[in-house]
Write a protein that binds this ligand. Structure first.
Ligand code: CS2
Length: 464
């Protein structure tokens, strides 16, 4: 049996409480991976369970047909399993109506974006999906007619022509001020490719910033098998996650929005303090665990934090380096936040692969580490824990210990070949280095990182 609208499920599995087929699609979501299915789609399901209507989600994959093949034969239905030491809790989510593959069905996608029923377009397209150049501006070489910007521009054209209202563009990716960045990038795209739409976009659309948080490891075949045991049938689109979930959203919508607060979402004037704390503490520690943990032979996050040396380093990174670079909002307590993060990382039931977090480091480290380093540098302070993580990342991107998945992989390979271990740190973070716009390392920082990247061998020679 395969999970679908007509599948008969065991009585103890929690199901949607609304008539799915009667719901219009109010949301188009780009990047319908495991994270969205375990996060926003659950909040949307909660809202519809509570009686809010017409917030069905049309999921979009830009190119890959994988998720469409997993979800469409199941009528968009899938399960979320929360996993902790107390056991598993599985629930079926009905919010997703269908999945479109943009590259194969551009007209259907543009029609969905331009529909009068659609109010919100949301995104979990990962850091690289925004097509940014290293300096953060829109890179037109990447932002082609198969990027989100092109589909959005085509839909805006139609909405304006049919005198429909604007859209709320809701970025749910781990970028600093994600809404403001999206607004800036969208504006840059329109200025070049559809200048007559710029003022319509500015007047009619909004781009709230959000902080999203839930740890969602990639689903494995073992997960799918164990969940099939619970459901009595196969769920190809199953997701596994932790019990914790958080969503802080800037309250700035162009039109209607679901009552996501029933599932615990917080609406606020200013998301920045939550977003920066999450990026620098949670994600900053995550990336450090990933590169240092992999180097020390660990596979999962819970194994890395069980290593006393790495645990100590993660605590220093979060409490002494990241937290002290932040301006917390009144209700934020960064010390208890760090305690809660360590407990979440240690969840023994969640097999979160370090290699999954190690992916796309070039897109992640600016907001996770480099902003913290730059902050402390201005006060004349060094951050030894982050610098150790930087060294582990530099070793990782050489590609000799693990496969590197990163849009800058070829650049890194070439840099390693020309600079060698002795000069790679300055090639990345010294004057004219790729990452110098975010953080220009001092001679002392370079020496400290170099010491790890290029240790001194027994004969006093640098080992390269
Ligand atoms: C992780 C995040 O893969 C990664 O880079 O740091 O996906 C992290 O699990 C989420 O941001 C948690 O909310």
């Amino acid at each position: 049996m395969r999970l679908s609208r007509t599948a008969v499920l065991p009585a103890d599995v929690v199901l949607p409480k609304y008539d799915r087929s009667a719901q219009k699609a109010g949301i188009v979501h780009f990047g319908i991976g495991a994270f969205h299915r375990a996060h926003q789609a659950v909040y949307t399901d909660d809202a519809m369970n509570a009686g809010d209507r017409d917030w069905g989600i049309i999921g979009v994959s830009l190119r890959s047909p994988t998720v469409a093949a997993q979800m469409n034969p199941q009528d968009g239905i899938y399960s979320v399993t929360e996993r902790s030491k107390d056991g598993d809790k599985t629930r079926v989510i009905g919010a997703v109506k269908k999945v479109l593959v943009a590259a194969n069905e551009p007209d259907a996608l543009i029609a969905a974006l331009a529909s009068r029923d659609t109010h919100i377009v949301s995104f979990t397209i990962t850091e690289k999906g925004y097509c940014r150049a290293p300096d953060g501006t829109l890179d037109f070489a990447q932002a082609d007619d198969r990027s989100v910007y092109a589909y959005l521009a085509a839909a805006m054209q139609r909405r304006r022509a049919s005198k429909l209202g604007g859209l709320t563009l809701l970025s749910c990716d781990n970028l600093a001020s994600n809404g403001a960045q999206l607004a800036e990038l969208m504006r840059a795209y329109l200025q070049r490719c559809a200048p007559d739409l710029v003022s319509w976009f500015e007047d009619e659309c909004t781009c709230p910033s959000t902080m999203v948080d839930r740890i969602v490891p990639a689903t494995t075949d073992d997960d799918r098998q164990s969940i099939a045991g619970v459901l009595g049938g196969l769920d190809e689109a199953a997701v596994v996650t932790e019990p914790f979930t958080q969503w802080v959203i800037e309250d700035n919508f162009a039109g209607r929005r679901p009552c996501w607060e029933v599932g615990g979402a917080q609406f606020t004037e200013d998301v920045v303090p939550f977003e920066t704390a999450k990026l620098r503490m949670l994600n900053g520690a995550h990336s450090a665990l990933a590169y240092i943990g992999l180097q020390k032979g660990h596979e999962f996050v819970h194994q890395a934090v069980a290593d006393p040396y790495i645990l100590k380093l993660a605590n220093i990174l979060m409490r002494e380096e990241a937290a002290t670079s932040l301006k917390p909002a009144g209700e934020q307590n960064l010390a208890s936040y760090a305690d809660a993060l360590i407990a979440r990382f240690a969840n023994p039931a969640l097999n979160h692969r370090l290699i999954q977090i190690a992916m796309d480091g070039s897109q992640k480290i600016p907001q996770r580490w480099l902003e913290t380093l730059a902050f402390h540098q201005k006060q004349g302070r060094q951050c030894p824990a982050i610098l150790e993580a930087v060294a582990a990342w530099i070793i990782h991107i050489r590609g000799t210990t693990h496969v590197v998945e990163d849009p800058m992989r070829d650049t890194f390979k070439a840099l390693w070949e020309t600079a060698g271990a002795a000069h790679i740190t300055s090639a990345l973070f010294g004057h004219d280095g790729q990452f110098a716009p975010f953080w220009l390392a001092s001679q002392e920082d370079i020496a400290l990182v170099n010491h790890r990247v290029c240790p001194v061998g027994v004969e006093g020679q640098r080992v390269i």
